[in-house]
Each structure stands twice: as structure tokens, then as C-alpha cells.
Design a protein around this ligand. Structure first.
Ligand code: GAR
Length: 201
């Protein structure tokens, strides 16, 4: 059984997609052990609690400086000792010591077709605003392993989504979530849990 830790910052619809996929058998051999949020008000924490999942808030604001937060984050992850860490809308830069300790065991969902509209400053609605500004006709989502760069790790899965005439950033965001993110993130976890994608030792 793959022990999964999901890290969140906001609404947690991707967390919900993982919970639903475990419940209805689209993800097998995996369980969410803990949800970590950097934001005490994240609705994702409520979703975790409603589903009986251990939910923790670890906010950089409660620490003296970023190094102290990073150390506490690493300590917490070591205590949980997950097989896989899923960044599901987690808007905190993952410190290098966490990447080293969990090399090839951290995956992220990004709401574009990497390498488009990714890297520093591209998160959440900003990604869709940039895609609409550039006038692309196709966008999508990507699941990738996390390395020391921003959105630079090996790609696991991608799914394209059509941009429609007159889309607002919010409309596009919702279509990308429904058609791509909530599909490929559970699928990637299922593939990892069932040994179809290898993760590091
Ligand atoms: C999702 O669209 C996710 O792809 C994005 O944040 C949103 C979180 O929504 N992540 C990034 O932009 C990471 N660079 P959720 O809390 O409802 O899952």
C-alpha cells in the first residue's frame, strides 16, 4: 500500500479528486496518510477532516524565518515517512533538503502543458491569464516529478484541453481542472502505486 502525503494551499479540488478516485477504485494500492497545508484557512483541510484524513497546518508565518519553516517541514515529512508526496496546488517552494530526502518521490500537478506557462510566477489563475493573453488554442495540465527547478522535473502525464472563444481565466481554469487535472493526477498516483511508473529508492 503506497502511503501518500498530499500538500495543499487552497480549495483542494485536486485533493478531492484523489479521495474520490481512491473511494471508487480508480486508484488502488494507495492511501492518503496525511494532508499538509501551509494555509490554516484552506478548504482542503476541511475536505481532509470530512474524510477522516489526518490534516496538519504548517505555515511559514508561524516560524521565525524560512529556514526554520523548511527544517520543520522536513522533520514533519520524515515523521510521516510517506512513499509519495503529492503537491496538489501547494504554493510553497519545496526546499532542496526536502527534494534530496524524497528524490523522485514528489510529484506536482501544474495547470498548463509544460514547458508552456510554467516556472516562477506561474501558479493558479495566473497560468490561465497568461495562456489567454498569448492566445493559445490548446492548453492543459501536466503531472511531473519535482526536482530542484520550478516545474522542470521529468514529465509523467499530460492532457490537452481546448481554449474556447471568449473564455475568462476562471472558465478556462475550471475546464482544465475538470478535463485534465482531476483525471491525470489520480491516474499518475494509481500508476505509481501499481508499479507502472518507477519511483526512486
Ligand atoms: C490547481 O489548478 C493546480 O494545478 C494549481 O493550483 C490549483 C489548486 O487547486 N497549481 C499550480 O498552479 C502549481 N504551480 P485546488 O486547491 O482546487 O486543487
Amino acid at each position: 500500500m503506497l502511503k501518500v502525503c498530499v500538500c495543499v494551499s487552497g480549495g483542494g479540488t485536486n485533493l478531492q479528486a484523489i479521495i474520490d478516485a481512491i473511494k471508487d477504485g480508480r486508484i488502488t494500492n494507495a492511501e492518503i496518510d496525511t494532508v499538509i497545508s501551509n494555509n490554516a484557512d484552506a478548504y482542503a483541510l476541511e475536505r481532509a477532516k470530512q474524510n477522516g484524513i489526518n490534516a496538519i497546518c504548517l505555515s511559514p508565518k508561524s516560524f521565525e524565518n524560512r529556514d526554520a519553516f523548511n527544517d520543520a517541514f522536513l522533520d514533519k515529512l520524515k515523521e510521516i515517512n510517506p512513499d509519495l508526496i503529492v503537491l496538489a496546488g501547494f504554493l510553497v517552494v519545496i526546499p532542496p533538503q526536502v527534494i534530496r530526502a524524497f528524490r523522485n518521490r514528489i510529484i506536482n500537478i501544474h495547470p498548463s502543458l509544460i514547458p508552456s506557462f510554467c516556472g516562477t510566477g506561474y501558479y493558479g489563475l495566473k497560468v490561465h491569464e497568461a495562456a489567454l493573453k498569448r492566445g493559445v488554442k490548446i492548453t492543459g495540465a501536466t503531472v511531473h516529478f519535482v526536482d530542484e527547478g520550478t516545474d522542470t522535473g521529468p514529465i509523467i502525464a499530460q492532457k490537452a484541453v481546448e481554449v474556447k472563444e471568449g473564455d475568462t481565466p476562471k472558465e478556462l481554469q475550471l475546464r482544465v481542472m475538470e478535463e485534465a487535472e482531476w483525471v491525470i493526477l489520480p491516474k499518475a498516483i494509481d500508476m505509481i502505486a501499481n508499479g507502472l511508473i518507477s519511483i526512486g529508492e
